[in-house]
Design a protein. Structure first.
Length: 391
């Protein structure tokens, strides 16, 4: 059989035997074909993500060239996700404080409402496909939580999709043009007064002002929330459908048991990570586990392989929702660790519950293909199902 590489692995049917070999035999190694270092073991991933020398953008290209002259550049350059040092930590503190003020029961209720609304809209439009549901729900729930009115929140699904496509590597001129309109529309919708009291965006502006951050930077990072939650949360919902499709007993047990569903989603995040890797770039010469990494060199950090490292998760290839002391790298660690993990799992829980309650046939989810991507593992399903059966 053809040996995978760590980029092709992301959307292969079963990348995990390959990751197992990487962890055991090449925990931190140079892949000359890809022209990158590859960090696969838990130790290597921890060393790279904790290093202050490892930055999130290449020193030679802080902005992707394709969008450098577009309005997306300003948004991108203001994200905590794409900057390092003091600027990043100031914005990150405001982000963490903002998300820490979310009312989780309210987010659950909002996400459930959004799941029903989306299912109804997709079914009415003849688009009863699960993929549109997976990709739509995170953006709809996030936009609604940010405080957008229902019409704008519904439009935010398409705006987010256009924005994501426009800044993806290899985007076409047409995609960049659509991304430009989407960026303008999102900024206008977010900054239009008044912001409903207690909405996530009102809280974010408030935290921003307390941290002396301009409103424009806050708006850019709010668009960042939509971007961050888009395909990663779709993947978390989708990979949970796959896990439940393959385990009938668990599927029956999880119906109506919110605590068990929460533990299943936590185990899916580790076992079949929706974000399989991230990247770092050495800002200066450094050493990682005895290997010299030169300034400017790239490292592919294979989070999904580290999740299966037996030194941190005993019997890592066993799917076990009851596992205690689970070590999960899917949401990153260190200065750039994801502040949206609980938001993502809450939205995912609402999405999966909706499909379970709607009586969707889960068996059809057992052997999916995956959407083309170099880092996100988002399943795609052929069939159309009655998504709107729950009133
Ligand atoms: C299953 C869903 C999600 C996954 C797997 C995920 C994963 C990640 C990962 C791996 C990183 C770190 C990247 C790195 O260090 O290179 C990250 C960063 C980030 N995520 Fe998430 N994420 C998810 C959902 C969300 C959601 C819903 C939000 C919304 C608030 C969010 C907001 C962010 C932000 C703002 C950052 C940048 C943090 C920083 O750079 O300091 N994420 N995410």
């Amino acid at each position: 059989m053809h040996e995978l590489d760590p980029l092709a692995a992301v959307i292969s049917a079963d990348p995990y035997p390959y990751y197992e070999r990487l962890v055991a035999e090449r925990p931190f190694s140079r892949d000359d074909t890809l022209g990158m270092w590859v960090a696969a073991s838990a130790e290597a991933v921890e060393v790279v993500l904790s290093s202050t020398v490892m930055h999130v953008r290449p020193p030679s290209e802080p902005m992707p060239n394709a969008i450098a002259e577009t309005p997306m550049a300003e948004i991108f350059s203001r994200w905590a996700r794409m900057t390092d040092g003091r600027r990043q930590s100031t914005v990150k503190n405001a982000v963490v404080a903002t998300l820490g003020r979310l009312d989780w029961n309210e987010l659950t209720a909002t996400s459930e409402r959004c799941a029903k609304l989306l299912a109804r809209t997709l079914s009415a439009g003849g688009r009863g496909d699960v993929e549109a549901f997976l990709l739509g729900l995170p953006a709809l729930a996030t936009a609604t939580t940010l405080g957008l009115a229902q019409d704008d929140a519904s439009r935010a699904v398409a705006w987010t999709s256009d924005f994501v496509r426009s800044i993806a590597p290899g985007s076409t001129r047409d995609e960049i043009a659509r991304g430009t309109s989407a960026t303008a529309a999102l900024s206008t919708a977010l900054l239009a007064e008044p912001h409903p009291d207690g909405s996530l965006f009102a809280v974010f502006l408030d935290e921003g002002r307390r941290h002396r951050i301009e409103d424009g930077v806050i708006a850019a990072n709010a668009i960042g929330f939509l971007f961050q939650s888009y395909d990663a949360t779709a993947g978390l919902i989708g990979n949970t459908l796959v896990a439940l499709a393959r385990r009938e007993d668990l599927r029956d047990a999880v119906r109506g048991d919110a605590d068990l569903l929460e533990r299943v989603i936590a185990e899916v995040a580790r076992f079949d990570a929706p974000v399989q890797n991230t990247r770092r770039f050495a800002a200066a010469d450094t050493t990682v586990m005895g290997s010299h990494v030169g300034a400017g060199e790239a490292v592919l950090v294979v989070l999904a392989a580290a999740n299966r490292d037996p030194s941190v998760n005993p019997y890592p290839h066993r799917f076990d929702p009851a596992r205690d002391e689970r070590r999960t790298y899917t949401f990153g660690i260190g200065a750039h660790a994801c502040p949206g993990a609980r938001m993502a799992t809450t939205i995912a829980g609402a999405g999966v519950s909706h499909l379970l309650e709607a009586g969707v046939d889960f068996q059809q989810f057992a052997a999916p293909a995956y959407r083309p991507s170099l880092n996100a593992r988002v399943p795609t399903f052929e069939s159309r199902v009655p998504l709107g059966a729950v009133s």
